[in-house]
Structure formats: C-alpha cells, structure tokens
Design a protein around this ligand. Structure first.
Ligand code: SF4
Length: 121
C-alpha cells in the first residue's frame, strides 16, 4: 500500500483524504486533503483500528412479521462486526421494548452495549 484514498465521513463536507505510509511521522502515516484535524484523526484511526457503529435488526419472540431495530451504543472494531452479527442472528427479544433499552451489555467483549433503536409494545 503506497497511497490510499478515503472519503472523510466525520462531517458532510466529505473531504477526499489521501493517506500514505510515512515511517518518519508519529503515527506512521501522512494524511493530506483534510480540511481539519478531525479528518486527520479519522484517517489515522481508519488505518490503525477502524471502527463502526453497528445497526441491524433482531427477531421478536412470538412475532414473525416484525423485527426490532437495534444498534451498538458506540463504534466497535470492524474486525468484530461479523462476530456480533452472529450473536444477533441467534437473538430473540421479548416485548415490550423502549428505544434505548439495553439488549446485551458489552456485546462480544467490544465494550459496546447493544440497545433498541425503536420502541415496540
Ligand atoms: S476533514 Fe474535517 S472538514 Fe473535511 S470532511 Fe472531515 S471533518 Fe469535515
């Protein structure tokens, strides 16, 4: 990898970031194209430990035509997304559920909690 390009997703401007390996710099990468420091931090994180908020749906016990939308309450490492999705595939929740209810604490040891995104009674 000499150089990669990524769109910064931190704000709607969507700067085109160019990330190059640079053994001389503190983080090991040189970043250009960012209009602010948040873009620089995003680019470095994407190279060192990319994370995402996971959003999905889970089954509701006894209800076949509806799913409960859920999400993690913080970003989790991209490398753990499939592991967490495997947990969600097996999961069934019971109603009633309020938006923000805790479904699974520290899901798959990610330090993130799985919470309901919507109320369903
Ligand atoms: S680099 Fe800064 S200005 Fe550009 S998209 Fe990212 S957050 Fe927005």
């Amino acid at each position: 990898m000499d150089k990669i390009e990524k769109t910064c997703i931190i704000c709607p401007i969507g700067c085109n970031l160019i990330i190059e390996k640079d053994p001389e710099s503190k983080d090991g990468y040189r970043v250009s194209g960012n209009k602010c420091n948040r873009g620089l931090q995003y680019a470095i994180e994407e190279m060192i430990n990319p994370t995402r908020i996971l959003t999905s749906t889970v089954k509701i016990r006894g209800v076949s035509n509806k799913m409960l939308p859920v999400r993690t309450d913080r970003a989790i490492p991209k490398g753990k997304l499939f592991q967490v999705m495997d947990v969600l595939k097996e999961l069934e929740v019971e109603l009633p559920i309020k938006a923000g209810d805790l479904i699974i604490e520290n899901i798959s040891n990610t330090n993130a909690n799985l919470i309901a995104s919507k109320s369903i009674v």
